[in-house]
Design a protein around this ligand. Sequence first.
Ligand SMILES: [Zn+2]
Length: 187
Amino acid sequence: MPKKPYTHAKGFNITSLQGKSILYLFRNKRGKVIYIGKCEDDFKDRINSHDYGISRKLTPVIHYITVVIVDTSIYPLYVLEHLFIWCLLPSKNEAVWLFYGNEEDEIIQIAKEKKLYITGSVKEFLLSFESVVIEREWEDISAKKYKRYGELEQLSSKKVNCNGKRSCLCINCLLDRQSVRWKRTAP
Ligand SMILES: [Zn+2]
C-alpha cells in the first residue's frame, strides 16, 4: 500500500486548510451532521485524533466534512462552535455547554455576553460564513466505498452551491433539514 501523502488525513484532502482556524462538521453519507469540533492549529492531527478510542468520532460512516472558515480576530471560535451545536445537536457532541433554552433572543443575548455579536437571525448569521465541503476519498482503490484520491484542489473548488435537491450539502439546506430550533419555532 503506498504511503499516504502528507496532504491527506483518513481519506480527506485537507491541503488547502493548513494554518486556518475552522469549525468542522463530520457528516454521514446523507449529509447528517454527527459531530462538530473546532481547530486552530494542525487539522491533520485533529482528524487523526478522532479516528481511535472509545469516543471515536471519525467512524466509517463519516463521508463528508463541512469546514467553516472563521476569522478569529472577529469571532470567538468556541462560541461559534457551540452555536452550531445548539442549532444541530449532533449525536456525538455530548452537551450544549454555552447555550441554554430554545428562544433565539436568549441565545443571541448569551452569545453577546461571550463576545459573539449576532446580526439578524441566528440562521442568517451562520450563513454569513464561508464554508467548503470535503468528500472522503481513499487511496486504496479496492476500498470501493470511497473514490480514489484525486488531484490536489484549491479551497475554492470545494465550495458548494445550493442545488435545491434533497442531497444538497450546502449549509442553508443543512440548517433547514437538521436544526431542531427552526422546526420548533415554526408556525
Ligand atoms: Zn442547498
